[in-house]
Design a protein around this ligand. Structure first.
Ligand code: MN
Length: 255
């Protein structure tokens, strides 16, 4: 994980900080969309800041995809939230890394690099989607390197929308096949990569998603206590992390 990419995000303060990731919003799963929109109107309303740590959408093939489709309700929900004064920061996930400037203009969300060090109530915390920590999945890491290059992205974005959607569907089918045929441990984070990330960033806390294994892991790095908080996915229920008055709480929302 490149330490040089980690920059400090704005957003320090004593108020409520919320974190979500892997909402995987999909036009074929309206219940998750309804639940996320309700989350924005209830839990997120009045928060100091909402961090979305990647894979908000199951698929995003360019910002021209968002406005026309059923995703427009999500864009409107985010716009309403940011207009009300809640800061909303977004990291790219492996599904929606083509979210761009138009999306940010329309929603008022601000894109952060992955990884990034955010000041959470004064504490530097490393925020990342988490896929870069899954270094045992060599096939995936190879693919990630290719699709994150500006050359690949500009070539892809120059294709007609319908072609991009077709290619994204094929990629998702390929991803499902890969997931089904890969040993589960390979798709979790690599312990050495996690230790290296703690050391490179010089932080005591990492918050990430991607693995869909919500948990709080306490460990020692160079004799110092560290904590890695993993956010849950929204496939079957809602999931978020709340920080308030010095306390982190991982919560699920029944559907
Ligand atoms: Mn992911």
């Amino acid at each position: 994980m490149p330490d040089s990419a980690a920059r400090r995000a704005p957003g320090a303060g004593p108020a409520r900080h919320l974190f979500v990731s892997d909402v995987h919003l999909d036009t074929g799963a309206p219940q998750a969309q309804q639940q996320f929109l309700a989350f924005l109107r209830t839990h997120a309303a009045g928060a100091h800041v909402l961090y979305i740590l990647g894979d908000l959408f199951e698929s995003w093939v360019g910002d021209d995809d968002g406005a026309a489709s059923e995703n427009s309700a999500v864009l409107a929900g985010l716009r309403e939230l940011t207009r009300s004064g809640v800061a909303c920061f977004l990291l790219h996930g492996n599904r929606d890394f083509l979210i761009g400037e138009d999306f940010c203009r329309e929603t008022g969300c601000q894109l952060l690099p992955d990884p990034v060090i955010a000041a959470i109530d004064g504490e530097p915390v490393l925020l990342t989607h988490g896929d870069a920590l899954c270094t045992d999945d060599h096939a995936y890491q190879e693919l990630r390197t290719i699709v994150r290059t500006p050359a690949w992205q500009s070539r892809f974005l120059s294709l007609p929308l319908s072609d991009r959607q077709l290619l994204a569907n094929e990629a998702r089918a390929g991803s499902r096949a890969h997931t089904a045929s890969t040993i589960p441990n390979i798709m979790d984070v690599n312990a050495a990569a996690v230790t290296a990330a703690f050391k490179a960033a010089g932080v005591r806390r990492i918050i990430h998603g991607h693995t869909h294994r919500p948990a709080v892991h306490d460990a020692l790095v160079e004799g110092q206590p560290v904590q890695r908080i993993v956010l849950g996915a929204w496939y079957e229920q809602g999931s978020f992390l709340s920080y308030e008055s010095g306390r982190y709480e991982l919560r699920s929302l029944p559907r």
